[in-house]
Design a protein around this ligand. Structure first.
Ligand SMILES: *[C@@H]1O[C@H](CO)[C@@H](O)[C@H](O)[C@H]1NC(C)=O
Ligand SMILES: *[C@@H]1O[C@H](CO)[C@@H](O)[C@H](O)[C@H]1NC(C)=O
Ligand SMILES: *[C@@H]1O[C@H](CO)[C@@H](O)[C@H](O)[C@H]1NC(C)=O
Ligand SMILES: *[C@@H]1O[C@H](CO)[C@@H](O)[C@H](O)[C@H]1NC(C)=O
Ligand SMILES: *[C@@H]1O[C@H](CO)[C@@H](O)[C@H](O)[C@H]1NC(C)=O
Ligand SMILES: *[C@@H]1O[C@H](CO)[C@@H](O)[C@H](O)[C@H]1NC(C)=O
Ligand SMILES: *[C@@H]1O[C@H](CO)[C@@H](O)[C@H](O)[C@H]1NC(C)=O
Ligand SMILES: *[C@@H]1O[C@H](CO)[C@@H](O)[C@H](O)[C@H]1NC(C)=O
Ligand SMILES: *[C@@H]1O[C@H](CO)[C@@H](O)[C@H](O)[C@H]1NC(C)=O
Ligand SMILES: *[C@@H]1O[C@H](CO)[C@@H](O)[C@H](O)[C@H]1NC(C)=O
Length: 336
């Protein structure tokens, strides 16, 4: 059996031209813009009698005296100043990006510079496949796109703050996709994407989500106070509040019986002892299909404030099935 020996690679650097003049290539603009023009000048300026320009492996042109010959692919858009050796290249495309070389035999020199050609950004937009979402149920998906542009950097804004990836937010496809896997009521936006490259930038229109949530954080106050003892003869104004989008449909109940009252306020005039008991506000959100309620035990007494412990009644909440009327629904399309 023959054993293969590990060979040592010998890397030889082959210098085609030995540089005798320390000359640099200076692009007039870098990065250059698609469709635009770049001039590659030599610095410090020299007078060259003959030479050639190439980019990577491709020959662009050669010149001798005041005669120049342009290679195919560059006809009509490459031109050399036969005195200074400066190359002017127009009608640039992204493929013109690369390492540009100039070589001259008289005087003997070689120099190079890399140039990148970048396409300006245009028509930045955000698309969403669903803008009506339910808190804790749906995910939000946004895609940033543009008609043209290269070498892009995408940045997302939520109102005036930049959105960064976190356990709540996923950025994918080089930041062009923004996903919020579990939306909250605070994720309504407006969201925008901005796209930057070295020659331009663009920002999309704003996108908003309509996020259904609640009802929750319910509060019930009586006469603006968080107390439950009142003398008989008082006027009571009960206020029910719930965080909900769309606004919750409210119902008032007393001792577990619906009162046929649906305002946020429940007013009782000249209350008597018999009106003591548990008052409830029932809330229903027809988008989240969620019910919630809050109950306050009100004690109305003739004997002043010496009333004993609350008469805590076992309060059976009515079944609320069917309380909400079936009304047209602007955000119904996301329903499974
Ligand atoms: C070549 O460059 C020199 C120096 O910039 C300039 O004076 C001359 O007009 C240029 N020649 C052509 C043909 O553009
Ligand atoms: C801008 O983008 C939208 C959608 O991405 C497209 O429908 C429209 O034609 C584009 N406009 C231009 C001027 O490219
Ligand atoms: C929205 O798009 C995302 C990603 O493209 C997909 O996962 C999701 O199912 C889509 N949602 C709807 C409602 O089409
Ligand atoms: C969404 O977030 C809420 C609150 O953070 C959490 O209770 C719920 O489980 C999450 N739902 C999913 C599907 O991750
Ligand atoms: C958007 O901004 C709001 C505050 O304005 C914040 O509560 C919410 O978490 C943000 N959402 C995302 C996805 O960045
Ligand atoms: C975006 O482009 C405008 C001109 O179109 C320029 O004034 C601005 O500085 C650019 N912004 C950034 C952050 O590059
Ligand atoms: C009212 O009182 C309850 C219990 O005593 C308390 O949890 C609630 O935060 C109070 N609300 C306000 C608005 O003071
Ligand atoms: C109760 O309301 C009636 C009519 O709205 C009013 O005339 C009366 O003064 C009020 N009583 C108290 C104690 O505020
Ligand atoms: C509820 O009140 C409305 C007017 O406020 C009345 O038309 C309706 O008949 C009442 N319903 C019941 C069940 O009392
Ligand atoms: C849901 O409730 C809102 C506000 O109470 C109402 O405007 C809407 O028409 C209702 N939609 C449905 C489908 O019941």
């Amino acid at each position: 059996m023959e054993k293969k020996l590990d060979g040592t690679s010998v890397i030889a650097f082959l210098f085609l031209m030995h540089s005798v003049l320390a000359v640099e290539v200076k692009p007039s603009i870098n990065p250059a813009v698609v469709g635009g023009t770049v001039t590659l000048s030599l610095s410090p300026s020299v007078t060259l009698k003959a030479g050639s320009w190439a980019v990577g492996e491709s020959q662009i042109l050669t010149w001798l005296g005041d005669q120049q010959a342009v290679f195919s692919g560059y006809t009509g858009r490459a031109f050399v100043n036969t005195t200074t050796g400066a190359l002017t290249l127009s009608l640039l495309s992204i493929e013109d990006s690369g390492l540009y070389w100039v070589q001259s035999s008289d005087p003997k020199l070689t120099a190079r510079a890399s140039v990148s050609v970048v396409e300006p950004v245009s028509n930045v937009s955000v698309s969403v496949n669903q803008s009506c979402l339910t808190e804790f149920q749906h995910s939000a998906h946004m895609k940033c796109s543009m008609s043209t542009g290269s070498s892009l950097r995408v940045v997302w804004m939520n109102r005036s703050s930049e959105v960064t990836a976190s356990d709540r937010v996923l950025l994918s496809q080089e930041n062009s996709m923004l996903t919020i896997p579990n939306v909250t009521r605070y994720d309504s936006g407006p969201f925008r994407c901005s796209v930057f490259n070295p020659v331009s930038n663009g920002t999309s229109d704003a996108v908003n989500f309509i996020i259904s949530y609640g009802p929750d954080n319910m509060a019930l106050t009586v006469n603006g106070l968080n107390i439950s003892f009142f003398p008989s003869g008082s006027n009571l104004t009960m206020l029910c509040a719930a965080d909900s989008n769309p606004p919750a449909q409210l119902q008032w109940a007393f001792r577990g019986k619906l009162l046929n009252r649906t305002d946020t306020l429940l007013k009782l005039h000249y209350v008597v002892e018999a009106q003591s008991g548990p008052y409830s506000c029932l809330a229903f959100n027809n988008h989240t299909q969620t019910h919630n309620h809050i109950t306050t035990h009100i004690v109305i007494s003739n004997s002043g404030s010496e009333h004993q412990a609350l008469n805590v009644l076992l309060f059976t909440l009515l079944s609320l099935a069917g309380l909400g009327p079936s009304l047209p629904d602007v955000c119904h399309s996301f329903r499974p």
